[in-house]
Design a protein around this ligand. Structure first.
Ligand SMILES: [Zn+2]
Length: 175
């Protein structure tokens, strides 16, 4: 419904590039979540939460996938709050060109938030975040705004997802 993908669209979420596989921090039968490689300068390490099945937008999304996305978003919000020591989180989800959608497969953003970060009036960084920290900055996964690489964000979140899942099994659907 109200679709914009070209007929020969090569979907980057249905066929995730192999170099992006390590950035996936959560996966179940219906949903996966990965660190978005394009960072907002004051909100590094935000997540994309994506249905496994290809649905272009919110209008088309089956309810079961929508419910699974919400469950995963809640789990990942709890994990992000701990992993990054952020002061809050925000979600954003875009549909159609007028809504700034740029990948034609539904995805929800989950951002870490900090006081005064001015997320909604800040453009994303011009370059993709580095995959690994520069050697002089290599250290155990950092917290908060000191995140400098996708690898650090992934490590911090994976640990936290495991902790949240273990602590709150009732919030995780049994599949
Ligand atoms: Zn797709």
């Amino acid at each position: 419904m109200h679709n914009h993908a070209p007929a020969d669209y090569d979907c980057p979420f249905c066929d995730l590039p192999s170099e992006r596989e390590p950035d996936v921090v959560y996966r179940d039968e219906r949903v996966f979540a990965m660190i978005c490689p394009r960072w907002w300068p004051r909100n590094p390490g935000h997540l994309l939460i994506i249905p496994v099945a290809h649905h272009e937008n919110l209008y088309d999304l089956p309810a079961a996938d929508g419910h699974a996305i919400f469950d995963a978003t809640q789990l990942l919000a709890r994990a992000m709050r701990t992993a990054y020591d952020c002061a809050g989180v925000s979600t954003r989800q875009h549909n159609e060109p007028a809504g700034n959608q740029d990948v034609w497969h539904f995805h929800q953003h989950l951002f870490p938030r900090y006081p005064g970060d001015d997320l909604y009036r800040t453009p994303p960084a011009a370059r993709l975040a580095p995959r690994r920290p520069p050697p002089r900055l290599r250290r155990p996964a950092a917290r908060g705004t000191r995140l400098v690489s996708v690898q650090e964000a992934t490590m911090a979140l994976e640990r936290s997802v495991a902790m949240v899942t273990a602590k709150t099994p009732s919030t995780v659907p049994v599949r």
